[in-house]
Design a protein around this ligand. Sequence first.
Ligand SMILES: [Zn+2]
Ligand SMILES: [Zn+2]
Length: 389
Amino acid sequence: MGYGYRRKTCGYCRKDHAILDCEKLQTDAAEAEQKLKEWNTKYKLLAEKAILYSEAYKYEREKDAEGNSYYVYYKRDKERIQRQVNYRFHTEYEWDYDSMPDQLTNGDFCEIEKHRYTTERSIRRTIEKNKEVRAKASARAKKACSYCRQSGHTVRTCSQVKKDEMLHRKVHMISSYKYAKALSRFGVWTGAMVTGKSTMPKMATVAHLPTNPLLVPSNVETSYSRQPDGEYRRSSAKEVCKKAGISVEDLYDFLYLKSAFEGGLRFHSVGEQEGYYSGSNYRISGMAEVCFKTDTVKPEQIDEGGMLYKSSATLDHIYSRISARYNKPNQKERYGSNEINICRHIDDGYSSRYDLYEKKKRKEETWNKMANFVKENKDILNKIKKLNV
Ligand SMILES: [Zn+2]
Ligand SMILES: [Zn+2]
């Protein structure tokens, strides 16, 4: 899972990390600083000694009593060494044959030889490289994350992405439950029947909801209107419901029901083949009447006296079908539906679409509304756990 994670190869040590995160480069650079300080007094001499010794000794393989082989380094003759010294060192190099041991162990030889390729230039190069990389790393640290605009991390390691994914999923579950509750209450699902313009009875094939049904009613109220005291203000859902003689629960069921109808319900004639474009399709996209006492809804576009005969689909069943239509949000999507419906007003078109992202950045306002919705409906998540799905 993640955001296109791929293997990286460090340009310095070839391991699997970005060079900006390379620890070896930093420790090597610290060491190089020290070597540079002591170059003339110590490391230059060690490098020269390494060159001298690598020319002055040759190894031979020996065997111990148990038959394991090991290497011993033997000093070559003086003349041969002088020839190589003349060749290797451009300037006069003073050395003393007699002070060099006749033989060395492998460990001793390696300890001397390890300085052979240390040069002043290579030391400076390591220091420069590290400076360059540190500058880039601090620029990266100042750069803001494309998702949350906090600095010090990228979207790849953004903890907000994970939190938002979980929140989005919860909103979808709660929303699905509320749809299922309303649709099962009014029998709007596969198996429902209406009488259409033809004399044939019609049967709903499926409640044709949007593929990612997210409806978040929050603080539902009316638009501004003159109140009994003469002031203009909004009425709350509670006030509206009291006046209409329904409960707030009824109102929310109504909002979900309306949203489902607006998505469009497809009916087809009994006995006919189902097909999206076939003439027997019958689409209903509005409600003429809702009765909260008998839990019945009369759709628009049906014959005089017609009604919707309820489906017996259970809340559990409908929930399982709707919640399965989940699509994860994707901030990289340019033309997808990264938006949710948020109901604010009862009489103001019911819901408006709110974007989840703007140019890959999370829209705080929308996510806060969703977080509130989940907070207000915590009990529903518990109810979902007990569903028989
Ligand atoms: Zn590295
Ligand atoms: Zn972030």
